[in-house]
Write a protein that binds this ligand. Structure first.
Ligand SMILES: Nc1ncnc2c1ncn2[C@@H]1O[C@H](COP(=O)(O)OP(=O)(O)OP(=O)(O)O)[C@@H](O)[C@H]1O
Ligand SMILES: [Mg+2]
Length: 228
């Protein structure tokens, strides 16, 4: 691969007697959108947690944007995640007592931005996700799809090297899921952000550049979307 932003090799990870990853090699190109599919319990979340530096694999190595994560201490990995990695979860995990604009500004403030600058950038990202009119609302007063778009704005606003999304539309009905996904991928493709996205839904995976399939802790296939 010409310019991989993620290079993982020989990843294994066990939880007690459960071998969640049994030897995974994966490269992701800069700007690529990769869909990770596979049965429940096959190791998808464990894989992206290792790629993102949330979990340390038992063996193998992970490099993200030139940094060898597996050589870092847990503290250094946490700092790397704050600065370079974005996350989107199935249930947004927004802070319920903050407004949309405050939720999106929070990681910017944590990275050292001044409040005015953070709020301004937060509003710009909300606008890009068509949420300008939701900026002052708290997550509990929004639809599920709106709240997920706020979570996406929060992940993208710090301009991370890679965004990892674990079933970002898994809690939405199919129309809302399609809208949220389309909004996310428009912005991601415009900004050249690399995305690794877990999904159970073939229609969601069809928006990616490439699908990889995890079965029983191993990659059982990888193909450009549309090639099969
Ligand atoms: N913290 C943990 N402690 C113990 N076992 C775990 C832990 N995390 C994952 N596992 C086990 O590792 C295996 C892989 O789990 P993982 O969460 O990666 O699956 P998944 O493919 O994301 O599944 P799903 O589609 O249901 O989210 C499963 O057998 C799971 O029970
Ligand atoms: Mg999972």
């Amino acid at each position: 691969m010409a310019d991989p932003i993620i290079t993982a090799s020989g990843l294994t990870k066990s939880f007690g007697a459960t071998a969640a990853l049994r030897g995974i090699d994966l490269e992701v190109a800069r700007g690529e959108v990769v869909a990770v599919m596979g049965p429940s319990g096959s190791g998808k979340s464990t894989l992206i947690h290792c790629l993102a530096g949330v979990l340390a694999p038992d063996t193998g190595s992970v490099a993200v944007d030139g940094t060898e994560l597996t050589a870092l201490s847990a503290d250094a990995r946490a700092r790397f995640r704050l600065e370079r990695i974005g996350f989107v979860f199935q249930f947004g995990q927004l802070l319920p007592d903050l407004t949309a604009v405050e939720n999106v500004a929070l990681p910017l403030l944590m990275a050292g931005a001044r409040r005015r600058d953070a709020n301004e950038r937060s509003l710009q990202w909300l606008d890009r996700l068509d949420l300008a009119d939701q900026a002052g609302k708290s997550p509990g007063d929004m639809s599920g799809g709106q709240a997920q778009r706020v979570a996406i704005a929060r992940a993208l606003a710090p301009q991370p090297s890679v965004v990892f999304a674990d079933e970002p539309t898994g809690s939405l009905d199919s129309v809302a899921a399609e809208n949220v996904l389309t909004a996310m991928l428009d912005v991601v493709r415009e900004s050249g952000t690399t995305v690794v996205l877990i999904t159970h839904d073939a229609r969601t995976a069809a928006h990616a550049d490439r699908e990889v399939i995890v079965r029983d802790g191993l990659l059982s296939g990888t193909a450009p979307v549309g090639a099969r």
